[in-house]
Design a protein around this ligand. Structure first.
Ligand code: BG6
Ligand code: MG
Length: 240
Protein backbone atom coordinates (compact mmCIF):
# COMPACT_ATOMS: atom_id res chain seq x y z
CA UNK A 1 0.00 0.00 0.00
CA UNK A 2 1.54 3.32 -1.03
CA UNK A 3 1.38 6.01 1.59
CA UNK A 4 -0.42 9.06 0.27
CA UNK A 5 -1.03 11.06 3.41
CA UNK A 6 0.96 12.20 6.42
CA UNK A 7 -0.79 13.12 9.65
CA UNK A 8 1.24 15.29 12.02
CA UNK A 9 0.78 15.68 15.71
CA UNK A 10 1.22 19.40 16.46
CA UNK A 11 2.63 20.05 19.96
CA UNK A 12 6.24 18.87 20.16
CA UNK A 13 6.35 17.74 16.52
CA UNK A 14 5.79 20.90 14.47
CA UNK A 15 5.86 23.56 17.18
CA UNK A 16 7.64 24.26 20.48
CA UNK A 17 4.53 24.50 22.63
CA UNK A 18 5.51 21.72 25.05
CA UNK A 19 7.48 24.08 27.27
CA UNK A 20 4.40 26.34 27.53
CA UNK A 21 2.22 23.38 28.54
CA UNK A 22 4.79 22.53 31.20
CA UNK A 23 4.98 26.11 32.49
CA UNK A 24 1.17 26.39 32.62
CA UNK A 25 0.76 23.14 34.57
CA UNK A 26 3.76 23.97 36.78
CA UNK A 27 2.31 27.35 37.76
CA UNK A 28 -1.05 25.74 38.57
CA UNK A 29 0.63 22.97 40.57
CA UNK A 30 2.63 25.48 42.60
CA UNK A 31 -0.47 27.51 43.37
CA UNK A 32 -2.19 24.35 44.59
CA UNK A 33 0.85 22.98 46.45
CA UNK A 34 1.03 19.87 44.26
CA UNK A 35 4.44 18.39 43.32
CA UNK A 36 4.97 18.43 39.54
CA UNK A 37 8.18 17.68 37.65
CA UNK A 38 9.28 17.59 34.01
CA UNK A 39 9.11 13.80 34.30
CA UNK A 40 5.44 14.05 35.30
CA UNK A 41 4.94 16.34 32.32
CA UNK A 42 5.95 13.58 29.86
CA UNK A 43 2.85 11.67 30.86
CA UNK A 44 0.66 14.60 29.77
CA UNK A 45 1.90 14.56 26.19
CA UNK A 46 -0.84 13.75 23.74
CA UNK A 47 -3.60 13.35 26.32
CA UNK A 48 -6.48 15.79 26.69
CA UNK A 49 -6.57 18.75 29.06
CA UNK A 50 -8.93 17.09 31.57
CA UNK A 51 -7.01 13.81 31.51
CA UNK A 52 -3.79 15.78 32.04
CA UNK A 53 -5.35 17.42 35.08
CA UNK A 54 -6.34 14.02 36.50
CA UNK A 55 -2.70 12.88 36.16
CA UNK A 56 -1.46 16.05 37.88
CA UNK A 57 -3.98 15.54 40.71
CA UNK A 58 -2.65 12.03 41.42
CA UNK A 59 -0.12 13.76 43.69
CA UNK A 60 -2.61 16.17 45.27
CA UNK A 61 -3.12 15.94 49.00
CA UNK A 62 -6.89 16.13 48.73
CA UNK A 63 -9.86 15.30 46.53
CA UNK A 64 -11.12 18.00 44.16
CA UNK A 65 -14.79 18.31 43.16
CA UNK A 66 -15.89 18.33 39.50
CA UNK A 67 -16.52 22.09 39.72
CA UNK A 68 -13.05 22.70 41.19
CA UNK A 69 -11.46 20.54 38.46
CA UNK A 70 -13.21 22.61 35.80
CA UNK A 71 -11.80 25.78 37.35
CA UNK A 72 -8.29 24.31 37.56
CA UNK A 73 -8.36 23.24 33.90
CA UNK A 74 -9.61 26.68 32.85
CA UNK A 75 -6.96 28.42 34.95
CA UNK A 76 -4.16 26.33 33.40
CA UNK A 77 -5.53 27.05 29.95
CA UNK A 78 -5.57 30.80 30.66
CA UNK A 79 -1.86 30.67 31.56
CA UNK A 80 -1.14 28.52 28.51
CA UNK A 81 -3.06 30.76 26.09
CA UNK A 82 -1.18 33.77 27.52
CA UNK A 83 2.10 32.03 26.58
CA UNK A 84 0.72 31.14 23.15
CA UNK A 85 0.31 34.85 22.34
CA UNK A 86 4.15 34.96 22.07
CA UNK A 87 4.21 32.39 19.25
CA UNK A 88 5.48 33.54 15.87
CA UNK A 89 6.29 31.69 12.62
CA UNK A 90 9.82 31.24 14.08
CA UNK A 91 8.36 28.79 16.61
CA UNK A 92 7.94 26.09 13.98
CA UNK A 93 10.50 23.46 14.99
CA UNK A 94 13.67 23.33 12.86
CA UNK A 95 13.04 21.34 9.69
CA UNK A 96 9.25 21.30 10.07
CA UNK A 97 8.44 23.82 7.37
CA UNK A 98 10.89 22.38 4.84
CA UNK A 99 9.54 18.84 5.41
CA UNK A 100 5.97 20.04 4.89
CA UNK A 101 7.02 21.84 1.69
CA UNK A 102 8.84 18.75 0.37
CA UNK A 103 5.88 16.49 1.12
CA UNK A 104 3.47 18.86 -0.59
CA UNK A 105 5.71 19.11 -3.66
CA UNK A 106 5.75 15.29 -3.80
CA UNK A 107 1.93 15.27 -3.80
CA UNK A 108 1.27 13.98 -0.26
CA UNK A 109 -1.96 15.04 1.37
CA UNK A 110 -1.24 16.50 4.79
CA UNK A 111 -3.27 16.67 8.00
CA UNK A 112 -2.88 17.67 11.62
CA UNK A 113 -4.09 15.17 14.24
CA UNK A 114 -3.85 16.86 17.64
CA UNK A 115 -5.56 16.41 21.02
CA UNK A 116 -5.36 20.16 21.58
CA UNK A 117 -8.35 22.46 21.54
CA UNK A 118 -5.87 25.29 20.94
CA UNK A 119 -4.61 23.76 17.67
CA UNK A 120 -6.37 26.33 15.41
CA UNK A 121 -4.85 29.25 17.37
CA UNK A 122 -1.35 27.69 17.34
CA UNK A 123 -1.45 26.92 13.62
CA UNK A 124 -2.54 30.49 12.87
CA UNK A 125 0.14 32.08 15.07
CA UNK A 126 2.91 29.88 13.60
CA UNK A 127 1.53 30.33 10.07
CA UNK A 128 1.10 26.63 9.30
CA UNK A 129 -2.52 26.54 8.08
CA UNK A 130 -1.61 26.75 4.38
CA UNK A 131 0.17 23.39 4.39
CA UNK A 132 -2.77 21.25 5.48
CA UNK A 133 -5.62 19.65 3.57
CA UNK A 134 -7.36 18.65 6.81
CA UNK A 135 -7.25 19.25 10.55
CA UNK A 136 -8.66 17.06 13.32
CA UNK A 137 -8.13 18.39 16.84
CA UNK A 138 -9.37 18.34 20.41
CA UNK A 139 -12.50 20.25 19.41
CA UNK A 140 -13.62 17.43 17.12
CA UNK A 141 -13.19 14.34 19.26
CA UNK A 142 -14.68 12.71 22.33
CA UNK A 143 -11.79 10.34 23.13
CA UNK A 144 -8.21 11.60 23.09
CA UNK A 145 -5.02 9.65 22.33
CA UNK A 146 -4.24 6.76 22.93
CA UNK A 147 -7.67 6.27 21.36
CA UNK A 148 -7.31 6.35 17.54
CA UNK A 149 -10.32 8.67 17.01
CA UNK A 150 -8.37 11.81 16.06
CA UNK A 151 -6.20 10.00 13.49
CA UNK A 152 -9.13 8.10 11.96
CA UNK A 153 -10.99 11.39 11.61
CA UNK A 154 -7.95 13.08 10.03
CA UNK A 155 -7.65 10.24 7.48
CA UNK A 156 -11.36 10.43 6.71
CA UNK A 157 -11.08 14.19 6.18
CA UNK A 158 -8.15 13.58 3.82
CA UNK A 159 -10.30 11.07 1.93
CA UNK A 160 -7.72 8.32 2.60
CA UNK A 161 -7.81 4.89 4.18
CA UNK A 162 -5.92 4.53 7.49
CA UNK A 163 -3.28 2.26 5.93
CA UNK A 164 -2.55 4.97 3.34
CA UNK A 165 -1.49 7.39 6.08
CA UNK A 166 1.70 7.78 8.09
CA UNK A 167 1.59 9.48 11.50
CA UNK A 168 4.38 11.60 13.01
CA UNK A 169 4.21 11.68 16.82
CA UNK A 170 6.30 12.62 19.88
CA UNK A 171 4.03 11.13 22.57
CA UNK A 172 3.73 7.56 23.76
CA UNK A 173 -0.06 7.93 23.77
CA UNK A 174 0.12 9.20 20.18
CA UNK A 175 2.20 6.25 18.93
CA UNK A 176 -0.28 3.86 20.53
CA UNK A 177 -3.17 5.80 18.95
CA UNK A 178 -1.56 5.62 15.48
CA UNK A 179 -1.03 1.88 15.77
CA UNK A 180 -4.56 1.41 17.05
CA UNK A 181 -5.73 3.33 13.95
CA UNK A 182 -3.86 0.88 11.71
CA UNK A 183 -1.31 3.52 10.63
CA UNK A 184 2.46 3.33 10.48
CA UNK A 185 4.12 5.83 12.78
CA UNK A 186 7.37 7.78 12.95
CA UNK A 187 8.19 8.48 16.59
CA UNK A 188 10.15 11.58 17.57
CA UNK A 189 12.35 11.68 20.66
CA UNK A 190 13.14 9.21 23.43
CA UNK A 191 12.87 5.57 22.25
CA UNK A 192 11.78 4.69 25.80
CA UNK A 193 8.60 6.67 25.07
CA UNK A 194 8.03 6.28 21.33
CA UNK A 195 9.85 2.99 20.70
CA UNK A 196 6.64 1.28 19.58
CA UNK A 197 6.76 3.37 16.37
CA UNK A 198 7.90 1.77 13.10
CA UNK A 199 10.81 4.25 13.01
CA UNK A 200 12.25 6.53 15.69
CA UNK A 201 14.12 9.78 14.94
CA UNK A 202 15.56 12.53 17.13
CA UNK A 203 13.55 15.39 15.67
CA UNK A 204 11.36 16.35 12.74
CA UNK A 205 14.49 17.73 11.02
CA UNK A 206 15.72 14.12 10.53
CA UNK A 207 12.63 13.07 8.56
CA UNK A 208 13.06 12.99 4.77
CA UNK A 209 10.95 11.71 1.89
CA UNK A 210 13.09 8.54 2.11
CA UNK A 211 12.11 8.03 5.76
CA UNK A 212 8.48 7.92 4.64
CA UNK A 213 9.05 5.66 1.63
CA UNK A 214 11.15 3.22 3.69
CA UNK A 215 8.11 2.66 5.91
CA UNK A 216 6.55 0.79 3.00
CA UNK A 217 8.79 -2.14 3.88
CA UNK A 218 8.20 -4.38 6.85
CA UNK A 219 5.01 -5.80 8.29
CA UNK A 220 1.80 -3.90 7.60
CA UNK A 221 0.29 -2.16 10.63
CA UNK A 222 -2.30 -4.06 12.66
CA UNK A 223 -5.70 -2.91 11.45
CA UNK A 224 -8.34 -2.10 14.05
CA UNK A 225 -6.20 -3.24 16.99
CA UNK A 226 -7.44 -1.58 20.18
CA UNK A 227 -5.24 0.80 22.16
CA UNK A 228 -5.53 -1.54 25.16
CA UNK A 229 -4.14 -4.42 23.09
CA UNK A 230 -1.25 -2.28 21.79
CA UNK A 231 -0.36 -1.38 25.38
CA UNK A 232 -0.65 -5.01 26.44
CA UNK A 233 1.59 -6.14 23.57
CA UNK A 234 4.17 -3.47 24.40
CA UNK A 235 4.16 -4.61 28.01
CA UNK A 236 4.70 -8.18 26.88
CA UNK A 237 7.56 -7.07 24.63
CA UNK A 238 9.13 -5.06 27.48
CA UNK A 239 8.75 -8.01 29.85
CA UNK A 240 10.38 -10.10 27.10
C1 BG6 B 1 -1.69 17.83 23.16
C2 BG6 B 1 -0.56 17.97 24.16
O1 BG6 B 1 -1.27 18.20 21.90
O2 BG6 B 1 -2.79 18.65 23.56
C3 BG6 B 1 -1.05 17.66 25.55
O3 BG6 B 1 0.49 17.08 23.81
C4 BG6 B 1 -2.26 18.54 25.89
O4 BG6 B 1 -0.01 17.86 26.48
C5 BG6 B 1 -3.34 18.35 24.84
O5 BG6 B 1 -2.78 18.19 27.19
C6 BG6 B 1 -4.56 19.23 25.10
O6 BG6 B 1 -4.20 20.57 24.89
P1 BG6 B 1 -5.15 21.83 25.08
O7 BG6 B 1 -4.47 22.91 24.27
O8 BG6 B 1 -6.50 21.47 24.52
O9 BG6 B 1 -5.20 22.11 26.54
MG1 MG C 1 2.90 15.96 20.82
Amino acid sequence: MNHQGVIFDLDGVLVTTDQYHYRGWKRLAEEEGIPFTREDNHRLRGVSRMESLEILLEKAGRVYSAVEKQELAERKNRYYVEFLQNLTPDDALPGARSLLEALKRRGFRLAVGSSSRNAPLIMKKVDLCGFFDAVADGNDITRSKPDPEVFLLAAERLGLKPAECVVVEDAEAGVVAARAAGMRCIGIGDPALVGAAAKVVGSVAEITLDTISQLECGNPPEVGISAAVVYQNEEQIVKG
